[in-house]
Design a protein around this ligand. Structure first.
Ligand code: F6R
Length: 261
């Protein structure tokens, strides 16, 4: 696991966009895993800027989002499908239908989850997965106690996650759905490269557990310690509880430029 502490969200966006650019140059039909939430917004802004500048095309790329609320109406602005369309899909040149999401309005939820797993497999798996992390250590919506071997399924959101996300629902926690569909931890672990982004003090404990804690379903993100290629991009506030932060900084400073992330 590579831990990179950067001065601000803008720089985090640039480093992640560099990696996505290298991937798309090598593999124009790459499969990207797209997280929603506030953490990846700087990455999406940077991708949109590079696309506008003619430096990056997603015309052949495919995408899969991580998760979706259950039961939000199709036109609800906080439905993750609508959020991802607004923050990135509409700002670059993905082909119509190239970005898929779990169907939170499906009548048959187990079938919709199985179909989503099949679609990811048929696309050849995810090449680069962008992730945020919840204050309780969730990735996607794999809440504490999630099976480390889980696949796409329905989950109940914790009270903490609903409180954290109330800011998107007019600060009304009761307006935040109670259930979601989410890629499982094993689904995420199958991605070839995972780029996890965290900003701000509220993420510091989850980041400490992710990087330096024991692997445990109580902090679901810790499963990433078993992944061969994870890059963790942090601002200073999110890195403030890391015991080895000086070592991570020194390692990144002295990293050979050819290595990339
Ligand atoms: C979003 C997702 C979640 C968020 C996490 C952090 O698709 O899967 O795991 O990444 O809740 O959210 P933000 O970035 O809003 O703090």
């Amino acid at each position: 696991m590579e831990v990179i502490v950067l001065p601000d969200a803008g720089r985090i966006g640039e480093v992640a966009a560099d990696a996505i650019g290298v991937l798309l140059d090598r593999k124009p039909d790459a499969v990207l895993g797209l997280a929603t939430g506030s953490s990846p917004l700087a990455i999406y802004d940077e991708l949109a800027a590079r696309h506008r500048a003619g430096e990056m095309s997603f015309a052949l790329a495919r995408g899969f989002t991580l998760d979706e609320y259950v039961g939000l109406p199709a036109d609800h602005p906080e439905r993750y499908r609508n959020v991802i369309d607004a923050v990135v899909v509409a700002k670059v040149d993905f082909a119509p239908g190239a970005v898929r999401s779990p169907d939170g309005l499906a009548d048959d939820i187990p079938a919709a989850c199985a179909a989503y797993e099949d679609a990811i497999a048929e696309a050849g798996g995810v090449d680069l997965q962008i992730l945020g992390i919840g204050t309780d250590g969730h990735i996607a919506f794999n809440e504490p106690g999630s099976s480390l071997a889980s696949r796409t399924r329905i989950k109940t959101l914790t009270r903490q996650t609903r409180l954290d996300n109330a800011r998107f629902f007019g600060d009304d926690v009761d307006a935040v759905p109670t259930h979601c569909l989410t890629q499982g931890l094993a689904t995420i672990m199958a991605a070839r490269h995972v780029v996890l982004v965290a900003n701000g003090r509220s993420k510091a404990e989850a980041v400490h557990q992710l990087v330096e804690g024991p692997v445990s379903a109580m902090w679901p993100a810790t499963i990433l310690q078993h992944h061969p290629h994870v890059t963790v991009l942090l601002d200073d506030a999110a890195a403030r509880r890391l015991q080895l932060v000086d070592y991570y900084r020194e390692t990144y400073r002295s990293k050979p430029a050819w290595q990339g992330i």
